[in-house]
Structures are given as structure tokens and as C-alpha cells.
Design a protein around this ligand. Structure first.
Ligand code: FES
Length: 593
């Protein structure tokens, strides 16, 4: 951090909040709210003001276990090395006239006239790295309003062990101030639980952190009796596993069991290795709750306009682009994207910096020629396409949808939300795909039409070919960028041309290269199958198949399944007749007017 503060090419903006982001890669416009520090650059950090300040308030950095002054530094190594005045605590703002720190500052560096300011800056790319919050275990394990004094969280223990912490590095039982003779750690507090208000995921850091703490405690108190109650220790990689084994050699007892805290410092638990019913009771001087981690990505998502995943972390674009958000030019590093330890955070930061350098090295950005286009004559400005776009590439301006070309990924999902046929995808327009269908179904007999997404299914079909796997020669493959581009109209058109069977294939759930757009595909295909059934057409004639790039066999299996389906002439004629009826087109409001 100190290096960042000193780097000539890094401008550090502290006390700032991002309130809005507009624009696209190479051209972001970010509005910042700058909060006043009430200290000018004249400050030499002499500490006279700190001595003089008479107001004490809770110290957030020490998790409320210590007090700090109203004029303070957030923590010892904070950058820049300057004081800040907490205007909620400082009595200058509540009791007119307190100027004690001003009187003692020889450099005249205290300025109470500073106010909140807004500033807009222009950026080429953005990296979000906002970290995490520890899970609040209030109400769990006797930790809460009427909490047991000798039950602390892993964060509180961490601060207690720090020489700059509330006890200056002395590890004590809070109730007596004496050194503990026995310590119990309870793992997975708030993590890996489906209960309301808890976290369903593994927080990843807690097991290695507890193991590290058992070593530190043993250094302080070699005779300390140490127990770790866990739900399966999770240590990954060579180093963590080695530490786990060494902790056991050092005498740390690991018990696979969920204990209960009773009487403040007594744990009741069962030992599942011996007998599920065998209850044990043991007193400990100190109990540490290894709390999980909570994402801080909600505000980041709102201000940067990038989507959140189900668990509240920033959504990664896809597995092949780590550290990338779905918005071109916006990246992330560290635990804002998923639970990560320090090593992973550093790796991700390096990766994100590399990605950004790609943009900064050039004056121009390369864009894909496959992007959405809007016909302003047909567009009513209803905004449905904008809501459908997971990449924030469509906004409505003056009642017309406008595509930000640098943000558009060309998946084609927006096209399916437009009732007025105002959206098209360049190089994959409805007309171009229909022309391919007409060519493929010139002689429709026994043909199998396969719509395959570019990234997985098409590559899977290719793999089947290069692996010399045999499949029906009457298969005709039509490539789209994503399976979500396949509109129900295209499928109806294929049936209208006499296609006996149609397969829509895409990446497996979770693997779509356009976030979860293949889930829209699933919804549309299921709806269309219902429509087929209700019109007396066998819904099995329309198939949905997930095929990955390495699944040539699976592609062949899907085609064989379609090949084996018996479809008689009468049924083909029926679907031809039903879907050849001209569709009632919705006219745009503009035309209507
Ligand atoms: Fe394959 Fe979306 S890219 S289904």
C-alpha cells in the first residue's frame, strides 16, 4: 500500500465514493463523491491534534473492542499518512466552538470549512477490488446482545493478537483479563448453511486462518489446550495441507462435530467417529467463532452496472475470462468476485492489471462485427430489450433504444424481447438465418436441423467430425453466437419449410459464454414445445441439447435420438400448414401514430 501511495503514475483518491458510471471501454465517465477529511496537505502527522482531542468513539478497525479519538488514522499503515476527522463523533459539529485541535496545530492544517464535493473523472478501464466483510454471528452460538464475554470472533482474535490491537498483542480471556489455558475454535460459523440469513457457500479462508491461529497461539502459550470443531476441514494445495498436518502434530485436536455453547464457556458436542449419541462436555477459557465472509459487491454492481451472481459476488464473465465482468473494460480482483485468500487476490489483481493494460496500450479498441442494431423507425422505446441485456449495452434515449456498440456482445438475446422486430443482429440477422434454413430445407425429407451455438455446441459438432464419428448425413447445422439467439420464429419457420425435427443446442448450464443466457433458451424452447403439443404436433420433434466443445459423442447421440424419432408425412404437413400461416405482426406505436 505504501508503494501505491508513492508511485508516480498512481493517483490515489481517498475518502471517495463512486456514485455513477456511464460510458464504455476506453470512455468511462465516473462521478465521485469526495468526503471531507478536514485536514489539508500541510499536515506533517506530528500528532499534536491527536493529543488534544478529547472525544472518544468506537474503533471500527478494532471491531469495537477499543476506542479511538474523533481525529484519527483508520489504522497504522493507512495510506496516505494523514489524519482524518470523524464528523459524526467530533464535537466541533455538534457543540459549536470546539477548536482544541485547531489551536494546537502549528501547521494550520485543520480546515473545518471543507465540504462534500462531486467530481467527474474519465477512465479507459475500471477494476473493482472492494474486498469483503466478516459475517455477523449475532444470535449464533451465544454471540450477540447478551453474549458470553469469552466468545469472540476470528476477527476479534486477530485484532487481539496484533501488537497494535486493543490488548497490544496480549491474548486474554475478556472476562478476567487472564491468559487462557484452553481455546476452542468453531468452524463454518455462518458458512455452508442453508438457514436463513446464513451463507450457503464455503468462505474458504476460515479453515486455513484457524490453523494459522492455532500456531500463533501455541507460540504464545506452548501448553495451551487447543480444539478445533469443524464440519470437514478444507485445506487446498500443498502448503495448507502441510500446515494442517503439522498443527495436528503440535497437539491441536480436530473434532468433526457441531458443538453448542452452554454456560458461557462450556461446549457440548458429540464425537461422530465414536458414536453420534455420545455427548461430551468440556470447559474452555476462550471460544473463537471462525466466521464466514460476506460480499461487498452490491453497491459495486449498482454503481458500475455489472451483474451480481446468486451469492452476491460480482458475476464473472465466463470461466475462460477470469477477473472479467460481462461489461467490456470493467474487471475485478479479489473477494469481491468470490471468497479468495491473499494469494488468490494478488493473482487476480495481476490478471486484472494485464487485462487493463491491453486497453491502455492502444488508442483504439477492437470490436466484434457481430452486434445488435436497432431500427429507430420500428422501435417504440419500450425498453424491454434494455432490461433483457445482461451487459448493459442498451439504453433508451428519446424513446428509442440505443446500442452501445463497445458494450454489445452480439449474443442476440435482446432480439427475442422485441415485439416490433426493431432489433437485429449484424451478420446473424433473422433474414440471413432464414436464408440458411431455406437452403438447408430445399429438400426437407428426413432432414435434422441443428441450431448450434458458436462456443460449445458447434465446436462439439466439429469435434465429432474430426473424430470421424458417424452421424446422420441429413443433419444440417446452423451456427448462432449463442443458443439464446434462436428465436421461436426461426424454429416455426423451419417447421413451416417442412423440417421433420429441430434441435437447439447450446453450452451446458453455467457454461454459456454470455452469462446465463442459455437459460432464456431453455425457457423459450419449453414454451414452444408446449405450443407444439397444444396444436397437435409431437413436441419431441423439437429437442434441446447441451453439448460442450469436447462432447462430440454427445452431439452424435443427440442427432441419433432425433434420427430414431418417427415422424409421418401427415404430421409434417400439419406443422407446415400451421406455421406457414402469416403471423400477425405487431405494428410499432410510431407507425400506428
Ligand atoms: Fe453457448 Fe450461450 S454461448 S449457449
Amino acid at each position: 500500500m505504501v508503494d501505491v501511495g508513492r508511485h508516480p503514475k498512481i493517483e490515489l483518491l481517498t475518502m471517495c465514493e463512486v456514485i455513477e458510471t456511464k460510458g464504455y471501454v476506453g470512455n468511462f465517465e465516473v462521478t465521485l463523491r469526495k468526503h471531507p477529511r478536514y485536514i489539508t496537505d500541510e499536515c506533517t502527522f506530528c500528532g499534536d491534534c491527536l493529543q488534544r482531542c478529547i472525544v472518544f468513539t468506537e474503533d471500527e478497525f478494532n471491531v469495537g473492542r477499543a476506542l479511538r479519538k474523533a481525529i484519527y488514522t483508520p489504522f497504522l499503515q493507512s495510506v496516505p499518512r494523514q489524519y482524518v476527522i470523524d464528523d459524526k463523533a467530533c464535537i466541533h459539529f455538534s457543540e459549536e466552538g470546539c477548536q482544541k485541535c485547531v489551536e494546537d496545530c502549528k501547521k494550520r492544517a485543520i480546515d473545518f470549512s471543507q465540504t462534500v464535493e462531486e467530481e467527474t473523472i474519465h477512465l479507459g478501464a475500471i477494476i473493482a477490488a472492494t474486498g469483503i466483510k466478516p459475517f455477523d454471528p449475532t444470535g449464533l452460538y451465544g454471540y450477540g446482545d447478551s453474549r458470553f464475554p469469552d466468545v469472540v470472533t476470528s476477527m476479534e482474535l486477530e485484532r487481539m493478537m496484533s501488537p497494535e490491537g486493543p490488548t497490544k498483542g496480549k491474548i486474554i480471556r475478556p472476562s478476567t483479563g487472564e491468559a487462557p489455558r484452553s481455546v476452542a475454535f468453531i468452524q463454518c460459523v455462518g458458512s455452508r448453511s442453508e438457514k436463513d440469513g446464513q451463507l450457503s457457500y464455503c468462505s474458504k479462508l476460515c479453515c486455513p486462518n484457524t490453523i494459522k491461529n492455532t500456531f500463533l497461539l501455541k507460540e504464545h502459550f506452548p501448553e495451551l489446550e487447543t480444539y478445533v470443531f469443524h464440519n470437514g476441514i478444507r485445506t487446498s494445495g500443498n502448503r495448507q495441507e502441510r500446515m494442517f498436518r503439522e498443527a495436528r502434530k503440535e497437539g491441536v485436536v480436530f473434532v468433526n462435530s457441531f458443538p453448542k455453547i452452554t454456560e458461557g464457556h462450556v461446549l457440548t458436542f458429540f464425537n461422530p467417529l465414536i458414536d453420534q449419541q455420545w455427548l461430551m462436555r468440556k470447559e474452555f477459557d476462550l471460544i473463537v467463532l471462525a466466521v464466514g465472509i460476506v460480499p461487498t459487491a452490491k453497491e459495486v454492481s449498482e454503481t458500475l452496472g455489472v451483474p451480481l451472481g446468486k451469492r452476491g459476488f460480482i458475476k464473472e464473465d465466463n470461466q475462460l475470462s477470469p477477473s472479467s465482468t460481462p461489461t467490456n473494460g470493467i474487471y475485478f480482483a479479489g473477494a469481491v468476485g468470490s471468497p479468495s485468500d491473499i494469494k488468490q487476490c494478488i493473482e487476480q489483481a495481476g490478471n486484472a492489471a494485464m487485462q487493463v493494460s491491453k486497453h491502455l496500450q492502444r488508442d483504439t479498441a477492437e470490436l466484434s462485427p457481430i452486434i445488435a442494431k436497432v431500427d429507430p423507425e420500428k422501435c417504440t422505446g419500450c425498453g424491454k430489450c434494455s432490461k433483457q441485456c445482461l451487459f448493459g449495452a442498451i439504453r433508451v434515449e428519446d424513446k428509442v433504444a440505443v446500442i452501445t456498440e463497445a458494450a454489445c456482445r452480439g449474443c442476440g438475446n435482446c432480439l427475442n424481447s422485441c415485439e416490433f422486430e426493431a432489433v437485429s443482429i449484424s451478420n446473424y440477422s433473422e433474414e440471413q438465418l432464414k436464408a440458411q434454413l431455406r437452403a438447408a430445407l430445399r429438400d426437407p425429407e428426413d432432414k435434422i436441423i441443428v441450431f448450434a451455438c458458436n462456443w460449445c455446441s458447434y465446436a462439439g459438432a466439429d469435434f465429432a467430425g474430426t473424430s470421424r464419428l458417424q452421424y446422420c448425413p441429413k443433419t444440417r447445422i446452423i451456427k448462432t453466437m449463442c443458443s439464446c439467439r434462436v428465436s421461436p420464429d426461426l424454429i416455426r419457420y423451419a417447421f413451416a419449410l417442412g423440417a421433420p425435427k429441430v434441435i437447439v443446442s447450446g453450452c451446458h448450464p453455467g457454461d454459456c459464454h454470455y452469462l446465463d443466457n442459455n437459460m432464456f433458451t431453455k425457457k423459450r424452447v419449453m414454451k414452444l414445445k408446449e405450443e407444439l403439443g397444444s396444436r397437435g404436433i409431437n413436441p419431441e420433434r423439437l429437442m434441446l441439447e447441451w453439448v460442450s466443445a469436447s462432447e462430440g459423442q454427445r452431439f452424435v447421440k443427440a442427432v441419433r435420438k432425433a434420427e430414431q424419432l418417427e415422424v409421418d408425412e401427415a404430421e409434417i404437413e400439419l406443422s407446415k400448414m400451421i406455421f406457414s400461416q402469416p403471423k400477425k405482426k405487431k405494428s410499432s406505436k410510431k407507425k400506428h401514430d
